[in-house]
Design a protein around this ligand. Structure first.
Ligand code: KG4
Ligand code: ZN
Length: 348
């Protein structure tokens, strides 16, 4: 029997990062490259879909070539091609998916059409070999804020989502209001270090609610009022915003645990999981609930291709390959049975 690990080439192009990685089923990242489009989108204060799609189209092919060269490999060494097939900005998704189809055809290897959210959801297992199913997952990114029970590959039960903004979006808007630029999460986190988290009275939307969901629109408006009042320093506003966000997260997790019972592990993933204060608060929450805590390294939290290749590694042994006419999906919920909630975003 061939016990050699399989090697998957992963492509990510659903938002403003063009990324390519080679990952093996034994959890090794053989090579990876990522190019951010921050500079292209910065003048507009957010991601412009048409500009994103064009940038992916220009960068992807040379990047695939470079990643193979970095690993000293050719397409002959690759066992499958995985690409984000949604959800996300459809032009960019199509660039990545069509490239993956061409590579799969040329190399006569299977195509794996990956849900970007599944990439985030399984990313902790790439870094943490001991992370077994089931686990409770807080998925917090620029387009999503969800609590999921991850029961296995392809088996996701959504317990909560946001009824308006995602948490990453709230960080980005707060950064914009404070004049910190885009993307805002890391900038707000840095400034918050210098501020007093209890200086500005801000709401904790949904705290204590019987509903399971999140809401951040009211918090964002309160930040706007605090900025306009001129009574607070930007650092105090950043720190108080972050503190309010943390209390919303732990309150909603408390609600989820009280409904599904605790799982052996609490996991956080997605771009906002890069935030050290949030990681610390979640680690404490896990300890209080006698759960293990697992969070991927920072580079695996924000959008990257290693997580897409890894989701491919998880799916390949299940024979879960995609046909060459697989359609890119602008919307693609992880839990298709979950009730659609007003305002939940389509961006990943
Ligand atoms: O997962 P991701 O890279 O892209 C999406 O799929 O959305 O997440 C990007 C989001 C942005 O909103 C960004 O501001 C936020 O993650 N983010 C952070 C931090 N780093 C990135 N938010 C808070 N603190 C951070 N350190
Ligand atoms: Zn993402």
């Amino acid at each position: 029997m061939d016990t050699r690990p399989s090697i998957v080439l992963g492509i990510e192009s659903s938002c403003d990062e063009t990324a390519v990685a080679l990952v093996s089923t034994d959890r090794t990242i053989l090579a990876e490259r990522i190019a951010s489009q921050e500079a292209e989108h910065a003048p507009y204060g957010g991601v412009v879909p048409e500009i994103a799609a064009r940038a992916h189209a220009e960068r992807l092919a040379p990047m695939i070539e470079a990643v193979l060269a970095d690993a000293d490999m050719t397409l002959d060494d690759v066992d499958a091609i995985a690409a984000t097939a949604g959800p996300g900005l459809i032009g960019g998704v199509m660039v990545g998916l069509v490239s993956a189809k061409a590579l799969a055809m040329a190399s006569e290897t299977p195509l794996l059409a990956i849900n970007h959210l599944e990439g985030h959801a399984l990313s902790p297992r790439l870094a943490d070999a001991g992370l077994a199913f089931p686990y409770l997952l807080l998925l917090v990114s620029g387009g999503h804020c969800q609590i999921l029970k991850v029961e296995g590959v392809g088996r996701y039960r959504r317990l909560a989502t946001t009824i308006d903004d995602a948490l990453g979006e709230a960080f980005d808007k707060t950064a914009k209001l404070l004049g910190l630029g885009y993307p805002g999460g890391p900038a707000v986190e840095r400034l918050a270090l210098e501020g007093n988290p209890s200086a500005v009275p801000l709401p904790r939307p949904m705290k204590g609610s019987k509903e399971p969901h999140f809401s951040f629109a009211g918090l964002k408006s309160a930040v706007l009022r605090a900025v306009e009042s001129g009574e607070h320093t930007p650092a105090d506003i950043a720190a108080s915003f972050q503190q309010a966000a943390i209390e919303c997260l732990t309150d909603r997790l408390e609600h989820a645990v009280s409904f599904v019972g605790s799982t052996p592990t609490l996991v956080v993933a997605g771009g906002v999981a890069a935030n050290q204060q949030i990681r610390g608060a979640l680690e404490q929450f896990a300890a209080e609930h006698e759960m293990r805590f697992s969070a991927p390294p920072l580079a695996l939290c924000t959008d990257n291709a290693a997580m897409i290749a890894w989701a491919g590694c998880e799916r390949l042994p299940l024979g879960d390959t995609a046909p060459l006419d697989f359609k890119a999906r602008p919307r693609w919920p992880l839990d298709s049975e979950a009730e659609r909630v007003r305002g939940a975003g389509v961006k990943a």
